[in-house]
Ligand binder design. Structure first.
Ligand code: CP
Length: 314
Protein backbone atom coordinates (compact mmCIF):
# COMPACT_ATOMS: atom_id res chain seq x y z
CA UNK A 1 0.00 0.00 0.00
CA UNK A 2 1.43 3.44 -0.96
CA UNK A 3 1.99 6.04 1.79
CA UNK A 4 -0.70 8.18 0.07
CA UNK A 5 -3.30 5.57 1.04
CA UNK A 6 -2.09 5.08 4.63
CA UNK A 7 -3.52 6.67 7.76
CA UNK A 8 -1.36 9.19 9.62
CA UNK A 9 -2.18 7.48 12.96
CA UNK A 10 -1.44 4.06 14.51
CA UNK A 11 -4.52 4.11 16.75
CA UNK A 12 -8.00 5.56 16.23
CA UNK A 13 -8.49 7.45 19.49
CA UNK A 14 -10.55 10.36 18.19
CA UNK A 15 -11.49 12.27 15.06
CA UNK A 16 -9.47 15.20 16.45
CA UNK A 17 -6.26 13.30 15.52
CA UNK A 18 -7.31 12.58 11.90
CA UNK A 19 -6.58 14.77 8.88
CA UNK A 20 -9.15 15.40 6.14
CA UNK A 21 -7.02 13.13 3.93
CA UNK A 22 -7.25 10.32 6.56
CA UNK A 23 -11.05 10.63 6.59
CA UNK A 24 -11.26 10.56 2.80
CA UNK A 25 -8.96 7.50 2.70
CA UNK A 26 -11.31 5.75 5.17
CA UNK A 27 -14.33 6.68 3.03
CA UNK A 28 -12.76 5.42 -0.23
CA UNK A 29 -11.76 2.15 1.47
CA UNK A 30 -15.29 1.87 2.94
CA UNK A 31 -16.75 2.29 -0.59
CA UNK A 32 -14.89 -0.88 -1.64
CA UNK A 33 -15.96 -2.81 1.45
CA UNK A 34 -19.58 -1.68 1.07
CA UNK A 35 -19.72 -3.20 -2.40
CA UNK A 36 -18.07 -6.40 -1.09
CA UNK A 37 -20.53 -6.86 1.79
CA UNK A 38 -23.44 -6.53 -0.61
CA UNK A 39 -22.15 -9.47 -2.68
CA UNK A 40 -23.30 -13.07 -2.10
CA UNK A 41 -19.79 -13.89 -0.76
CA UNK A 42 -19.26 -11.16 1.83
CA UNK A 43 -15.95 -12.26 3.30
CA UNK A 44 -12.39 -11.26 2.30
CA UNK A 45 -9.12 -12.68 3.68
CA UNK A 46 -7.54 -9.24 4.40
CA UNK A 47 -7.08 -9.71 8.18
CA UNK A 48 -6.39 -13.45 8.24
CA UNK A 49 -3.87 -14.09 11.07
CA UNK A 50 -4.85 -10.83 12.86
CA UNK A 51 -6.51 -11.27 16.28
CA UNK A 52 -8.83 -8.56 17.59
CA UNK A 53 -10.28 -8.18 21.10
CA UNK A 54 -13.53 -6.27 21.52
CA UNK A 55 -13.38 -5.00 25.10
CA UNK A 56 -16.58 -3.36 26.34
CA UNK A 57 -16.78 -1.79 29.80
CA UNK A 58 -20.13 -0.14 28.90
CA UNK A 59 -23.33 -1.42 27.28
CA UNK A 60 -23.55 -1.46 23.49
CA UNK A 61 -25.67 -3.04 20.78
CA UNK A 62 -24.73 -1.40 17.46
CA UNK A 63 -21.04 -0.64 17.97
CA UNK A 64 -20.12 -4.03 19.46
CA UNK A 65 -22.03 -6.08 16.86
CA UNK A 66 -20.88 -3.86 14.00
CA UNK A 67 -17.19 -4.19 14.97
CA UNK A 68 -17.55 -7.95 15.42
CA UNK A 69 -19.19 -8.36 12.03
CA UNK A 70 -16.62 -6.07 10.36
CA UNK A 71 -13.79 -8.15 11.88
CA UNK A 72 -15.38 -11.44 10.76
CA UNK A 73 -16.01 -10.11 7.24
CA UNK A 74 -12.25 -9.37 7.11
CA UNK A 75 -11.44 -12.93 8.35
CA UNK A 76 -9.83 -11.77 11.62
CA UNK A 77 -9.89 -13.98 14.72
CA UNK A 78 -12.19 -12.31 17.24
CA UNK A 79 -12.53 -12.46 21.03
CA UNK A 80 -15.17 -10.56 22.98
CA UNK A 81 -14.93 -9.23 26.52
CA UNK A 82 -17.78 -7.69 28.48
CA UNK A 83 -16.92 -6.09 31.83
CA UNK A 84 -20.25 -7.04 33.38
CA UNK A 85 -19.39 -10.76 33.20
CA UNK A 86 -15.64 -10.48 33.87
CA UNK A 87 -13.10 -10.40 36.69
CA UNK A 88 -13.31 -6.57 36.65
CA UNK A 89 -16.11 -7.26 39.15
CA UNK A 90 -13.46 -8.88 41.40
CA UNK A 91 -11.37 -5.66 41.37
CA UNK A 92 -9.02 -6.25 38.39
CA UNK A 93 -7.64 -2.98 36.91
CA UNK A 94 -8.03 -1.85 33.27
CA UNK A 95 -4.33 -2.36 32.53
CA UNK A 96 -4.17 -5.80 34.17
CA UNK A 97 -7.29 -6.84 32.26
CA UNK A 98 -5.88 -5.69 28.92
CA UNK A 99 -2.39 -7.13 29.55
CA UNK A 100 -3.96 -10.52 30.27
CA UNK A 101 -5.90 -10.29 26.99
CA UNK A 102 -2.74 -9.24 25.12
CA UNK A 103 -0.82 -12.22 26.58
CA UNK A 104 -3.11 -14.31 24.36
CA UNK A 105 -1.35 -12.64 21.34
CA UNK A 106 -3.92 -10.03 20.39
CA UNK A 107 -3.00 -7.50 17.67
CA UNK A 108 -5.79 -4.93 17.99
CA UNK A 109 -8.07 -3.80 20.82
CA UNK A 110 -11.45 -2.17 20.24
CA UNK A 111 -12.49 -0.62 23.54
CA UNK A 112 -15.55 1.15 24.95
CA UNK A 113 -15.05 2.63 28.41
CA UNK A 114 -17.00 5.09 30.61
CA UNK A 115 -13.93 7.27 31.33
CA UNK A 116 -12.85 10.00 28.87
CA UNK A 117 -9.22 9.38 27.87
CA UNK A 118 -9.30 5.62 28.60
CA UNK A 119 -8.42 4.73 24.99
CA UNK A 120 -5.47 7.14 24.97
CA UNK A 121 -4.26 5.75 28.32
CA UNK A 122 -4.34 2.27 26.85
CA UNK A 123 -2.51 3.29 23.65
CA UNK A 124 0.32 4.71 25.80
CA UNK A 125 0.79 1.38 27.61
CA UNK A 126 0.37 -1.39 25.02
CA UNK A 127 1.83 -2.39 21.64
CA UNK A 128 -1.50 -3.37 20.02
CA UNK A 129 -3.48 -0.89 17.91
CA UNK A 130 -6.26 0.71 19.95
CA UNK A 131 -9.61 1.74 18.46
CA UNK A 132 -11.84 3.89 20.63
CA UNK A 133 -15.42 2.58 20.52
CA UNK A 134 -16.58 5.43 22.80
CA UNK A 135 -14.81 6.84 25.88
CA UNK A 136 -17.30 8.43 28.26
CA UNK A 137 -18.40 11.91 27.15
CA UNK A 138 -15.26 12.38 25.02
CA UNK A 139 -15.22 10.81 21.50
CA UNK A 140 -16.90 8.07 19.46
CA UNK A 141 -14.84 8.30 16.28
CA UNK A 142 -16.30 5.42 14.25
CA UNK A 143 -19.83 6.75 14.88
CA UNK A 144 -18.81 10.12 13.42
CA UNK A 145 -17.17 8.42 10.44
CA UNK A 146 -20.27 6.37 9.65
CA UNK A 147 -22.49 9.44 10.13
CA UNK A 148 -20.43 11.59 7.74
CA UNK A 149 -20.14 8.66 5.30
CA UNK A 150 -23.96 8.38 5.31
CA UNK A 151 -24.33 12.12 4.56
CA UNK A 152 -21.77 11.78 1.73
CA UNK A 153 -23.73 8.79 0.38
CA UNK A 154 -27.00 10.74 0.48
CA UNK A 155 -25.75 14.05 -0.97
CA UNK A 156 -22.58 13.10 -2.90
CA UNK A 157 -20.38 15.20 -0.62
CA UNK A 158 -20.27 16.58 2.92
CA UNK A 159 -18.66 19.91 2.03
CA UNK A 160 -21.14 22.80 2.15
CA UNK A 161 -23.90 20.78 3.81
CA UNK A 162 -25.63 22.28 6.84
CA UNK A 163 -25.89 19.84 9.74
CA UNK A 164 -27.60 20.52 13.05
CA UNK A 165 -26.90 18.24 16.02
CA UNK A 166 -29.93 18.31 18.32
CA UNK A 167 -30.11 17.23 21.95
CA UNK A 168 -27.82 16.52 24.88
CA UNK A 169 -24.62 18.04 23.46
CA UNK A 170 -23.03 18.37 26.93
CA UNK A 171 -22.82 14.62 27.61
CA UNK A 172 -22.44 13.39 24.03
CA UNK A 173 -19.26 11.81 22.60
CA UNK A 174 -21.16 11.50 19.30
CA UNK A 175 -21.65 15.28 19.18
CA UNK A 176 -17.96 16.08 19.73
CA UNK A 177 -16.70 13.51 17.19
CA UNK A 178 -19.33 14.66 14.65
CA UNK A 179 -18.30 18.30 15.11
CA UNK A 180 -14.62 17.44 14.47
CA UNK A 181 -15.43 15.21 11.48
CA UNK A 182 -17.98 17.44 9.75
CA UNK A 183 -16.00 20.68 10.14
CA UNK A 184 -12.82 18.95 8.83
CA UNK A 185 -14.85 17.92 5.75
CA UNK A 186 -16.16 21.47 5.18
CA UNK A 187 -19.74 21.15 6.44
CA UNK A 188 -21.46 23.97 8.33
CA UNK A 189 -22.41 22.70 11.78
CA UNK A 190 -24.87 23.97 14.40
CA UNK A 191 -25.93 22.52 17.73
CA UNK A 192 -29.42 22.89 19.18
CA UNK A 193 -30.82 22.06 22.61
CA UNK A 194 -31.74 23.56 25.98
CA UNK A 195 -29.08 26.06 27.20
CA UNK A 196 -28.22 23.75 30.13
CA UNK A 197 -27.20 20.97 27.70
CA UNK A 198 -24.99 23.15 25.44
CA UNK A 199 -21.35 23.46 26.66
CA UNK A 200 -20.21 27.08 27.04
CA UNK A 201 -17.04 26.63 24.90
CA UNK A 202 -18.85 25.00 21.97
CA UNK A 203 -18.65 27.99 19.56
CA UNK A 204 -14.83 27.85 19.80
CA UNK A 205 -15.09 24.56 17.83
CA UNK A 206 -16.49 26.48 14.84
CA UNK A 207 -20.18 25.67 15.33
CA UNK A 208 -23.26 27.87 15.66
CA UNK A 209 -25.66 27.55 18.60
CA UNK A 210 -29.43 27.51 18.07
CA UNK A 211 -31.91 27.29 20.95
CA UNK A 212 -35.02 27.27 18.74
CA UNK A 213 -35.64 23.85 17.14
CA UNK A 214 -37.87 25.12 14.31
CA UNK A 215 -35.29 27.74 13.25
CA UNK A 216 -32.49 25.16 13.44
CA UNK A 217 -34.41 22.68 11.27
CA UNK A 218 -35.35 25.43 8.80
CA UNK A 219 -31.60 26.21 8.44
CA UNK A 220 -30.23 22.68 8.00
CA UNK A 221 -30.04 19.95 5.35
CA UNK A 222 -29.47 17.23 7.96
CA UNK A 223 -30.61 16.91 11.58
CA UNK A 224 -28.60 14.45 13.69
CA UNK A 225 -30.81 13.86 16.72
CA UNK A 226 -29.22 12.63 19.96
CA UNK A 227 -30.53 10.80 22.99
CA UNK A 228 -30.77 12.46 26.40
CA UNK A 229 -28.01 10.65 28.34
CA UNK A 230 -29.78 10.37 31.68
CA UNK A 231 -27.16 7.84 32.87
CA UNK A 232 -24.45 10.55 32.68
CA UNK A 233 -26.53 13.33 34.29
CA UNK A 234 -25.77 13.90 37.96
CA UNK A 235 -28.26 16.81 38.28
CA UNK A 236 -31.57 17.68 36.59
CA UNK A 237 -30.88 19.76 33.44
CA UNK A 238 -34.53 20.35 32.40
CA UNK A 239 -37.91 20.05 34.17
CA UNK A 240 -39.18 16.80 32.61
CA UNK A 241 -38.81 14.51 29.57
CA UNK A 242 -42.34 15.57 28.55
CA UNK A 243 -41.29 19.23 28.44
CA UNK A 244 -38.07 18.31 26.60
CA UNK A 245 -40.10 16.47 23.96
CA UNK A 246 -42.42 19.49 23.55
CA UNK A 247 -39.53 21.92 22.87
CA UNK A 248 -36.80 19.73 21.33
CA UNK A 249 -38.50 16.53 20.15
CA UNK A 250 -38.36 16.08 16.36
CA UNK A 251 -41.79 14.96 15.11
CA UNK A 252 -43.55 14.78 11.75
CA UNK A 253 -45.58 17.93 12.48
CA UNK A 254 -42.48 20.10 12.73
CA UNK A 255 -40.82 18.44 9.70
CA UNK A 256 -43.97 18.97 7.59
CA UNK A 257 -44.02 22.65 8.56
CA UNK A 258 -40.55 23.25 7.04
CA UNK A 259 -40.09 24.81 3.60
CA UNK A 260 -37.87 21.90 2.44
CA UNK A 261 -37.35 18.21 3.13
CA UNK A 262 -34.44 17.43 5.43
CA UNK A 263 -32.88 14.11 6.37
CA UNK A 264 -32.93 12.87 9.96
CA UNK A 265 -30.17 10.81 11.55
CA UNK A 266 -29.85 9.19 14.97
CA UNK A 267 -26.89 7.17 16.30
CA UNK A 268 -29.17 4.95 18.41
CA UNK A 269 -30.44 3.83 20.79
CA UNK A 270 -33.59 5.93 20.21
CA UNK A 271 -35.87 6.94 23.05
CA UNK A 272 -39.03 7.06 20.93
CA UNK A 273 -41.39 9.85 21.93
CA UNK A 274 -38.63 11.86 23.64
CA UNK A 275 -36.01 13.18 21.16
CA UNK A 276 -37.65 11.54 18.11
CA UNK A 277 -41.22 10.46 17.40
CA UNK A 278 -41.93 7.08 15.85
CA UNK A 279 -43.59 8.71 12.82
CA UNK A 280 -40.20 10.29 12.00
CA UNK A 281 -37.97 7.38 13.03
CA UNK A 282 -39.90 5.07 10.68
CA UNK A 283 -40.41 7.63 7.87
CA UNK A 284 -38.47 8.25 4.66
CA UNK A 285 -36.88 11.30 6.34
CA UNK A 286 -34.83 8.92 8.47
CA UNK A 287 -31.60 7.23 7.32
CA UNK A 288 -31.03 5.55 10.69
CA UNK A 289 -30.72 1.99 9.36
CA UNK A 290 -28.48 3.21 6.49
CA UNK A 291 -26.19 4.55 9.22
CA UNK A 292 -26.12 1.10 10.84
CA UNK A 293 -25.37 -0.59 7.49
CA UNK A 294 -22.59 1.92 6.78
CA UNK A 295 -21.13 1.27 10.23
CA UNK A 296 -19.92 -2.16 9.13
CA UNK A 297 -18.18 -0.86 5.98
CA UNK A 298 -16.55 2.13 7.72
CA UNK A 299 -15.34 -0.07 10.61
CA UNK A 300 -13.95 -2.60 8.11
CA UNK A 301 -12.07 0.31 6.50
CA UNK A 302 -10.62 1.52 9.83
CA UNK A 303 -9.53 -1.98 10.88
CA UNK A 304 -8.04 -2.74 7.46
CA UNK A 305 -6.11 0.54 7.21
CA UNK A 306 -4.66 0.28 10.73
CA UNK A 307 -3.70 -3.37 10.17
CA UNK A 308 -2.06 -2.62 6.79
CA UNK A 309 0.04 0.06 8.45
CA UNK A 310 1.18 -2.42 11.09
CA UNK A 311 1.91 -5.16 8.53
CA UNK A 312 3.77 -2.63 6.35
CA UNK A 313 5.92 -1.55 9.31
CA UNK A 314 7.04 -5.13 10.12
N1 CP B 1 -24.51 4.36 18.47
C1 CP B 1 -24.04 3.57 19.47
O1 CP B 1 -22.91 3.76 19.94
O2 CP B 1 -24.89 2.59 19.85
P1 CP B 1 -24.55 1.46 20.93
O3 CP B 1 -24.40 2.16 22.26
O4 CP B 1 -25.68 0.49 20.89
O5 CP B 1 -23.23 0.84 20.53
Amino acid sequence: MSKKHQLSVNHLLGIKDLSRSDINTIFKTADNFKSIINRPIKKVPSLRDITIANVFFENSTRTRLSFELAEKRLSADVINFSASSSSVNKGESLLDTINNILAMKVDMVVMRHPNPGAAMFLSNHIEANVINAGDGTHEHPTQALLDAYSIREKYGEVKGKKVVIVGDILHSRVALSNIFCLTKLGAEVAVCGPPTLIPKYIESLGVKVQYNLKEALEWCDVANVLRIQLERQDIQYFPSLREYAMFYGVNLGILNSLKKKIIVMHPGPINRGVELSSDVADSDHAIILDQVENGVATRMAVLYLLAQKKIGAN
